[in-house]
Design a protein around this ligand. Structure first.
Ligand code: SF4
Length: 199
């Protein structure tokens, strides 16, 4: 699987202390995408799902994992590996939230058994491409056209409560590649950062 980063504890993309997993590779190319550096798959980011399991079980050892958030990049562009990953994640926590630039209907139209199986194994899908002019700083959604789709009814109350009481925040992680800013960003966040750097 092509994975750019795994971070913990992510507190800004779903309830609780989550493991955030960012895949690399996205065919959608949305204007204003917060993660254009993740559009192209990179050979150095290839990792087997078995190795991913080891990394995640290392994170889980002695730590509270309230759920997983899988983003990118486009997770559904690597369906077989995503399916295997999601099967493993479910053994740690069934609160699995996946972002996709494809709408739920588009995913179902692909008529792929593995994608259907992913959709029946996760708690929440946030679907649809990012539309910059529809970025209205809505909790969990990059833009207003996207939908929060609860796929596991056991998580409905948890997420409805979360969506009601939570406001978007940004978390910064220092990684080997520099600072990674995690959360739903305002559409002008990049220009604001550039102007701050220019001073
Ligand atoms: S689908 Fe997501 S990762 Fe892909 S270009 Fe759009 S916003 Fe970026």
């Amino acid at each position: 699987m092509n994975i750019a980063r795994i971070l913990y504890p992510v507190k800004t993309l779903g309830p609780g202390n989550r493991v955030g997993i960012w895949v690399c590779g996205c065919p959608r190319r949305c204007r204003g995408c917060a993660n254009p550096e993740l559009w192209e798959r990179r050979p150095e980011f290839e990792i087997t799902v078995d190795r991913l399991r080891e990394v995640i079980s290392g994170i889980a050892a002695g730590r509270q994992i309230d759920g997983f958030t899988v983003s990118g990049g486009e997770p559904m562009a690597q369906p077989e590996d995503l399916g295997a990953l999601v099967r493993y994640l479910g053994t740690v926590s069934e609160d699995i939230l996946v972002y996709s630039g494809f709408e739920y209907g588009e995913l179902m139209k692909q008529d792929s058994e593995i994608i259907r199986s992913v959709l029946t194994s996760i708690a929440v899908l946030i679907d649809g491409r990012y539309v910059e002019k529809l970025n209205k700083d809505i909790i969990l959604r990059g833009s207003e056209n996207q939908n929060v789709i609860i796929l596991n009814e056991r998580f409905r109350a948890k997420y409805e409560n979360y969506l009601e009481i939570t406001r978007n925040q940004i978390q910064n992680f220092t990684t080997a590649d520099g600072v990674v800013s995690v959360g739903i960003h305002n559409k002008d966040f990049k220009s604001k950062i550039r102007s701050k750097i220019r001073g």
